[in-house]
Each structure stands twice: as C-alpha cells, then as structure tokens.
Design a protein around this ligand. Structure first.
Ligand code: HEC
Ligand code: HEC
Ligand code: HEC
Ligand code: HEC
Ligand code: HEC
Length: 492
C-alpha cells in the first residue's frame, strides 16, 4: 500500500534480541577475526579521511605551489607549473582552429597562410562607411587570445599606416612592457609606451596576454593591470555618485569577472599627442553617452572622403553592450559564459580557453545549461533567432545609411544643397555611422543585449532618414537634440 511505501523503515518490533554468549573453545577464533576486521576498518577510515582532507585542500587550493611566482614572473609557462590545468586551457587560445579560418595568400609583409573571415565581406557597406580610414582596407573577425599580438602586427591597418605604441595596451602582456620602459615606474612606462611609434614599442612586448595580466601572483585573485580601465571605471562611478573608486579594492569578485575582460573589450580612443588610451565613460555606458562625450571634446576619428563628415569610429563595445542586457542585470558575467567552470576531481577549474560558448554541445552545456533548464539544441536556436533578428535590423538600418551617404556625397558634388543643409546632414551622418559601427563591431551579433541592440539600430535609421530630409530642405531639427527615447533600453 502507498502509505507503507513512504514510511521510513523501522526495526521490526517485538522480536527479542539474540543472546550473545561465549560458549566453548569452538569460537576462540572470533577475537582474531574481530581484530583483523578492526585493523581493516581503521586502515579504511584513515584512507577515507586523508582522501577527504586532500580533496578539501584541493578545492581550497586547487594547485600545488611548485615554483614561486612574483610580480616579475611574466612568462605564463612558469605559472603553468603551478596551475597546469589553467595553463592547458590558456595555451589552446593559440591553437589554429580551422573552422573559423580562410586561406590567405602569403605576401612579403604578411606571411600568414590563414586568417579569419573578413568583416568587410560580410558587411560590404562598411567600405563605403569608412572611406578615408584604415579600417576600410582590412577588418576581420577576432580569434583566440594567443593570436592577438601577431594579428595586430600583420593587419594592413598596421603595415600600411602609422600606429602608436598605445595599440599594445590590449594586444600584449602589459606589465613587462611598462616595467621595462619605466624602469620599474609603471605609470611612467605606460605613458612612454603609448606615445612611442608602434614599431619601437613592440620591441618590449614578450607575447600576448598572460596570467600576470589578470591575476595577482601572491593570491591568484583577479587584478586589473590596465590604467585605462582603472581611470575609466573611476570616471563612470563618479558619474554614478561614487567618488574615488579604486577598482582593485572596491570591486566584488563577481564584478571582477567582467572587469578583467573590460580592460580590452570596450570602445576607446587615444587622447592627445600623448596617445593616452581613454574610455569615453564619464556620462555612462550607452552609445548615446559615448556620443555625448565625443561631442563635448570635439573628437573626430576621420573625415569621410566623399561627404566631408567628421566621423566617429566605434570598436568592440562588448562590455558596454553586455551592461545593457538582461544577463548583466542578473549578475551573469563574461566569465560565466566564456570561461565556465569545469570539474577536475573535487576542484572547480575555470576554462581558460576563452572562446564562443556556442562552439560545441560541451561548451553550451558547461555555460548556458548551468542556469537554463533546457537543451543544447534549444539554446542554439535561441541564439540563432536573436542573431538573425539583429542581422535583419542591422541590414535595414545600414541600407538606409548607405542611401543617405550616397545622397550626401552627390549633394556635396553637385551643389544641390546649401552649406547649412550639408552641415546638418553631416552631423546626422556622424551619429548614424557611430551607432551602426558600434553594433557591428560589438562581437556577439546582438546577443549580449538583444533589445538594446535593435533599439539603437532604430535610432540610427531615424538619423539617416532625417539626414536625407535635411538635404531636401525639410526642417528636421538639430541632430544634437534629445534622442527619441531617453532610456533606449526597453528590456530593462
Ligand atoms: C582598448 C583595447 C584595444 C586597443 C587599444 C586596440 N585593440 Fe585591437 N582589438 C581589441 C579587441 C578586444 C579585439 C577583439 C575583438 C574584435 O576584433 O572586435 C581586437 C581586435 C583587433 C584585430 C583583429 C580583428 C580586426 O580588427 O581585424 C586587429 C588587427 C587589431 N585589433 C588591431 C589593432 C590596432 C592596429 C590597434 C591600434 C590602433 C588596436 N588594435 C588597439 C582591443 C584593442
Ligand atoms: C589584453 C586585452 C584583452 C583582455 C583582457 C581580454 N581580451 Fe578577449 N580578445 C582580445 C583580443 C585582441 C582578441 C582578438 C585576437 C585576435 O583576433 O587575434 C580577443 C578575442 C576574444 C574572443 C574571440 C575568441 C575566438 O576564439 O574567436 C573572445 C570570446 C574573447 N576575447 C573574450 C574575452 C573574455 C571573456 C575576456 C575576460 C575573461 C577577455 N576576452 C579578455 C583582447 C583581450
Ligand atoms: C550569457 C552569456 C554571455 C555573457 C554573460 C557574455 N557573453 Fe560574450 N557571447 C555570448 C554568445 C552566445 C556569443 C555569440 C557567440 C557566437 O555567435 O558564436 C558571444 C560572443 C562574444 C564574442 C565574440 C566571439 C567570437 O567567437 O567571435 C566576444 C568577443 C564576447 N562575446 C565577449 C564578451 C565579453 C567581454 C563579455 C562581458 C563583458 C561577454 N562576452 C559576456 C555569450 C555571453
Ligand atoms: C583574461 C584574464 C585571465 C587570464 C589571462 C588568466 N586568467 Fe586565470 N582566471 C580568470 C578568471 C576570470 C578566473 C575566475 C576567477 C574567479 O571567479 O574568482 C580565473 C581563475 C583562475 C584560477 C582559480 C581557479 C579556477 O580555475 O577558477 C587559477 C588558478 C588561474 N585562473 C590560473 C591562471 C593561469 C595559470 C593563467 C595563465 C596561464 C591564467 N589564469 C590566465 C581570468 C584569467
Ligand atoms: C549564470 C547564469 C546564466 C548563464 C550561464 C546563462 N544565462 Fe541566460 N539568463 C540567465 C538569467 C538569470 C536570465 C534572465 C531570466 C529572466 O529574467 O527571465 C537569462 C536570460 C536569457 C535569455 C533571454 C534574453 C532576453 O533578453 O530576454 C536568453 C536568450 C539566454 N538567457 C540565453 C543564454 C545563453 C545562450 C547562454 C549561454 C551562452 C546563457 N543564457 C547563459 C542566466 C544565465
């Protein structure tokens, strides 16, 4: 019966216990057996306790200190002796992954046999958008961290243009460079690196990002190594009413799991003749906050060859975009999806092969499915749906923009619009261009903040159409007026 089944089993009542009496020599072997049993049990218990203890130790310190690492241990292979599993994952970011590569005809300046897919081919309108700027000749998909230094040295944006040492901030292990250039004074070394010509600065680079860029060698805690982020987040917090924010002291561990990535995966510019790497965050992290910042300082990345507009170039605002999405709202960080935990014995290891979580069923399982009670297939579909919708929205907005700059180029050439109309249209171009660029150079194809990404594309479409109307003498108002929605984040 059902009640019986659920009843906890109790010893049968009423049965008297068997009397235990030692009777006669027949049972003299019993104490020996008991003794042996006790010895086995004791040995077993000792084994069990040591194993539990060892596992406990392992999960507290999932490594044994084989070598000492200090603030000048730049070589990740040395750290790898203490943390072989993390090192193994890290090393994978430098392995060729044929699926994401296309063949490349080697040239004298660029001997690579394989490169990643060209984004200029995926989004051909980018070439027109960037007329007069280095990006219009070469712009590709990213790949693993192990390639960051090589890919930077070999891009045509480097080999055919002069670039500053400031480029190294996000493409090399930084502590070694700034120690060397500053003779131990890291701030001086950083200032020196930024303004050196790239070819000179890169002589001091030991390799791509290493353990020391993200970890304190004594405690293995996450640590921010980049001055630009320290300054940027301080300005952002000050704007939120938190003065004198010191990220390495004040941030929680969970925040650091996003901040270490936000040292590089962000929109930036090089300020002044010193080429100081700077993040435009004093008004906040939205695309409109960045535009407001750049307007205030009168920043221009390049002048468009055909229209004469003073254009802003956006680059990889992965952190800023993520911050506008539902995962950030729920405290889900970059590391949760891109460096998910894996079990190794009793230890939890963060996967240091930083890559797309959608790479395989195993990676979807390790990241998404720790929170979503779903299947790998369904997660793939959800991401595909979001990315396809983003792609369509981007295509429509970019189509409008392309029409607009064609119109504006024509008007500049044939004199059909007044100087005032042209200037107003150029200001609309500046905004629309930045927003479209922003969401395309963001690397998740809309995933990090789906609704936000589409809402800003709507804004860009509106700017493009208003720019076209301005050329035709319609009163559309200033491009610098308030945006149609004060908080362009309907999903928050
Ligand atoms: C604030 C950090 C930062 C700075 C400064 C920076 N990069 Fe990058 N770069 C990144 C990140 C993050 C990626 C990977 C994401 C992407 O490709 O959008 C990347 C990707 C690249 C790539 C591979 C994809 C592509 O664009 O073709 C090249 C090449 C590159 N950067 C060159 C440069 C050059 C040249 C400079 C100096 C003008 C520079 N980077 C400065 C962060 C930075
Ligand atoms: C020192 C700057 C820097 C830091 C810090 C950094 N990245 Fe990157 N990341 C890059 C650059 C540069 C590339 C592109 C390398 C290339 O294309 O050669 C890249 C590429 C990537 C890729 C593409 C990998 C692939 O296989 O396609 C992902 C994903 C990524 N980073 C995520 C992260 C996450 C998550 C963090 C934080 C845990 C992080 N990055 C920290 C600079 C950085
Ligand atoms: C909720 C999970 C999640 C979080 C949190 C997250 N990402 Fe992503 N990220 C994704 C997905 C999904 C993609 C799309 C991958 C694809 O298309 O293969 C992606 C794409 C990327 C890419 C491009 C990868 C490639 O292979 O081209 C980069 C770079 C990246 N994210 C960086 C970051 C950074 C930096 C953060 C934190 C500021 C972050 N992500 C937070 C899930 C996440
Ligand atoms: C781009 C930044 C980054 C780099 C580079 C990096 N790590 Fe980590 N590491 C992380 C993050 C994020 C975590 C998770 C930390 C947390 O949640 O407290 C982590 C965690 C760890 C941990 C704690 C245990 C674990 O796996 O969660 C160890 C040990 C570790 N890393 C070793 C290394 C070693 C060794 C290297 C170099 C080979 C390295 N890391 C390079 C970001 C990085
Ligand atoms: C650490 C937990 C965690 C991880 C890991 C995680 N998510 Fe989420 N995800 C959430 C939470 C929490 C929400 C918000 C749920 C809500 O409020 O209804 C969410 C929401 C979503 C949404 C709805 C987005 C929107 O804007 O409405 C999608 C799609 C999604 N996640 C996909 C993914 C994918 C794909 C991955 C793996 C790459 C992933 N998630 C990894 C916790 C996580």
């Amino acid at each position: 019966m059902s009640t019986e089944k659920n009843e906890p089993s109790t010893p049968a009542a009423g049965k008297p216990a068997e009397p235990t009496t030692w009777t006669g020599p027949r049972k003299r072997w019993v104490p020996i057996v008991v003794l042996i049993a006790c010895m086995i049990a004791a040995a077993g218990l000792t084994w069990l306790l040591t194993t539990i203890f060892a596992h406990k130790q392992e999960s507290k310190h999932p490594f044994t200190q084989v070598v000492e690492v200090t603030d000048t241990t730049y070589d990740p292979a040395v750290w790898g002796q203490n943390f072989p599993l993390q090192y193994e994952g890290y090393a994978k970011t430098g392995e060729l992954n044929e699926e994401e590569l296309v063949a490349h005809e080697p040239t004298e300046t660029d001997p690579r046999l394989f490169v990643t897919q060209s984004k200029l081919e995926t989004y051909p309108r980018l070439v027109n958008m960037w007329q007069g700027y280095a990006f219009s000749v070469d712009y590709r998909e990213p790949r693993g961290h192990g390639f960051m230094l090589e890919d930077q040295q070999l891009t045509r944006r480097m080999t055919e243009f002069n670039q500053p040492g400031a480029c190294l901030n996000c493409h090399a292990s930084l502590p070694e460079i700034v120690d060397e250039l500053g003779d131990g004074d890291q701030a001086a070394g950083w200032a020196a690196m930024n303004k050196l010509p790239y070819a000179e600065a890169v002589q001091h680079a030991g390799g791509p990002i290493a353990c020391i860029d993200c970890h304190d060698p004594q405690t293995m805690q996450l640590r921010i190594s980049r001055p630009a982020f320290i300054n940027g987040i301080k300005a952002l917090k000050a704007n939120e009413g938190v003065p004198n924010y010191d990220v390495n002291q004040d941030a929680s561990n969970q925040e650091m799991r996003a901040y270490v990535c936000a040292q590089c995966h962000v929109e930036y510019y090089f300020a002044g003749d010193d080429k100081t790497l700077t993040f435009p965050w004093t008004h906040g992290l939205t695309v409109q906050d960045a535009i407001q910042y750049y307007d205030e300082i009168g920043w221009v990345d390049f002048v468009h060859t055909d229209t004469g507009a003073e254009v802003l170039k956006a680059q990889h605002p992965d952190f800023e975009t993520w911050s506008q999405g539902i995962h950030a709202d729920n405290g889900v960080t970059c590391a949760d999806c891109h460096m998910p935990y894996e079990r190794e014995g009793a230890a939890k290891i963060s996967n240091h092969d930083v890559t797309s979580p959608m790479e395989s069923d195993a990676s979807i399982n390790a990241s998404c499915l720790t929170c979503h009670h779903s299947t790998t297939e369904e997660m793939r579909q959800r991401v595909d749906t979001i990315q396809n919708r983003w792609y369509e929205a981007q295509d429509i907005s970019f189509g409008a923009f392309d029409d607009f700059i064609t119109d504006l180029s024509t008007a500049v050439k044939d004199g059909t619009a007044s100087e005032e109309q042209l200037d107003l249209a150029r200001d609309y171009q500046r905004r629309a261009s930045f927003i479209i660029d922003y969401t395309i150079s963001e690397n998740s194809k809309g995933f990090h903040a789906p609704a936000y990404s589409i809402s800003i594309l709507n804004q860009a479409t509106d700017y493009s159409r208003k720019g076209q109307l301005a050329l035709r003498g319609v009163d559309v108002g200033s491009a610098r007026g308030p945006v149609s929605s004060a908080t362009p984040t309907p999903d928050r």
